[in-house]
Ligand binder design. Structure first.
Ligand code: ZN
Length: 501
């Protein structure tokens, strides 16, 4: 198994370069002074190019061939066979992308992000237009590196949600929309829930203290992770022993920072749960964007927005936040955090309307990539389509086309569908967990999460990226991806809340 050791050593060196890039990126979005942007973009581009060049070098292919021969009798789900399979897939894909394109993408992403941090508050879409035009061009060129696709977005989707095509996502979204829109309409016809219990201003340190207490109970390991502040919360992993999350805060909303923390903690628990022996290899990653998002949404929503969770944690929150929250009941608080409202911002959206935000972006991406929509018309198209699907007028681009970081910090296409796939899978996985461990809902009511966390570690986390999302879903739930558990969850939650029959 000398060649296996040689392959792992090579992959670890490549991984070191990639994790160093991740540290630079984390620093850029947390502590770096604004004037550092240009140099940071160049530094990240250099490291990414070096990682890419080393990975796609013929030596990687030679080692892969050797290890593949030595491990061909091993079972499909063995660590060794999985390492070869997953690495080979990435190698074949990445080899088609020239190193110069990788560094162009990385540098453009960093410069565009830096511009976006001031253009969004200034409501200045025009300033972002040249960046976005370049991003669209780079996205097309990246997709074109994979020959023979059915749709230009397919290779971009495949990078994040392997095995899915634009046509699959379209079909799935069509079916989901047909179920979601009537539910959202029915809810809108009912008297609105009161969210005034949330409208208090609590000092940031107090909010953070409570959030950290909750994720400690979830199982977040503070010897292997930490939380910092950022504009657009995210999770990033530097090593098995170093997984970072970030959160944000807002005046006049006692749960905004909390739910960001719970969400990113869900991503972090997944990454903290990979088999430690995968360290340094492509197996130390999530199965897909959709599966990753299923873990963040599971802890944020299925757990954190459940009534049982607040039976335990509302008294704790009241003890920490003090007078302002003393009088609110669990029922009133539960209603407040689950108010459904067609609103402007995706990351603030409730569980019922959230996917409508995602579908809007996905459709715009299809049109941009297909050349049906030009970047110069994007802000206008956003306003028109948002008004048509949400019934809400978009007052400015800061609350419209400029709101999400994605198009300004990467490529156009491939990322947004993962959010909705994650929502769908979160309910499918959670329903399976509760079937296997009937005590989970009672545990949550008692503030005890070990049973759920253990089930997730055993069935999902430890496998890292060994299995494709379709394989993992089948292994874990016995079924293919399905919107039924998700719709059952949403209907079961919102019908009683809004008094719908
Ligand atoms: Zn997420």
């Amino acid at each position: 198994m000398e060649s296996l050791q040689a392959l792992k050593q090579r992959l670890t060196e490549i991984d070191d370069l990639r994790r160093a890039t991740a540290v630079l990126s984390w620093d850029q979005t947390t502590y770096m002074p604004p004037a550092g942007g240009t140099a940071r973009g160049r530094q990240m581009a250099t490291l990414s190019r070096l990682a890419h060049e080393t990975f796609i070098d013929a030596e990687t292919g030679r080692l892969l061939d050797l290890v593949a021969r030595e491990t061909e009798s091993l079972p499909y789900d063995s660590d060794e066979a999985s390492l070869v399979r997953v690495t080979r897939r990435r190698y074949d894909r990445d080899r088609r992308i020239p190193a110069s394109l990788v560094s162009e993408i990385e540098e453009n992403a960093a410069l565009s992000y830096q511009a976006w941090t001031t253009a969004r508050p200034a409501n200045d879409f025009e300033r972002m237009r040249p960046y976005l035009e370049r991003t669209l061009d780079l996205s097309r060129r990246a997709a074109d590196c994979s020959p023979g696709y059915d749709h230009i977005m397919d290779p971009l989707i495949d990078t994040h949600d392997h095995g899915m095509k634009a046509s699959d996502v379209r079909q799935l979204f069509h079916a989901l929309r047909a179920r979601l829109e009537p539910l959202v309409q029915a809810i809108a016809s009912r008297p609105q829930l009161d969210d005034s219990p949330l409208r208090k201003t609590i000092p940031l340190e107090t909010q953070l203290r409570f959030g950290l207490e909750v994720i400690r109970a979830f199982g977040f390991d503070f010897t292997r992770g930490r939380q910092d502040m950022t504009r657009h919360p995210f999770m990033t992993r530097f090593a098995h022993g170093d997984v970072r999350i970030t959160t944000r805060s807002r005046d006049n909303d006692v749960t905004d920072s909390l739910f960001s923390t719970l969400h990113e903690c869900g991503h972090a628990l997944y990454e903290m749960g990979f088999d430690p022996s995968f360290e340094g290899t492509p197996l130390a990653g999530g199965s897909s964007s959709g599966v990753h998002e299923s873990q963040s949404r599971l802890w944020e929503n299925l757990v954190g927005r459940s009534r049982g969770f607040w039976e335990h944690f509302l008294p704790r929150m009241q003890a920490i936040f003090g007078r302002d929250l003393d009088t609110v009941s669990v029922d009133a608080f539960y209603r407040a955090i689950n108010r459904v409202e067609r609103s402007l911002i995706r990351t603030d959206a409730d569980e019922a309307t959230y996917n409508l935000h995602v579908m809007l972006r996905f459709d715009l991406e299809l049109d941009l990539l297909e050349g049906k929509l030009a970047v110069r018309d994007l802000a206008k198209a956003w306003r028109e389509r948002f008004q048509a699907s949400m019934g809400v007028a978009v007052p400015d681009d800061a609350n419209g086309v400029l709101q999400d970081v994605h198009w300004y910090h990467g490529l156009i296409g491939g990322q947004f569908q993962g959010y909705t796939l994650g929502n769908i899978l979160s309910a499918q996985f959670f329903a399976t967990a509760v079937q296997a461990r009937r005590e989970i809902p009672d545990d949550i009511r008692r503030g005890s999460f070990g049973g759920l966390h253990d089930w997730l570690k055993e069935n999902i986390y430890r496998h890292g990226s060994k299995f494709t999302p379709a394989e993992l879903t089948k292994r874990v739930t016995g079924n293919d991806l399905s919107i039924e558990p998700y719709m059952a969850y949403l209907e079961g939650k919102y019908r009683p809340l809004y008094g719908l029959s």
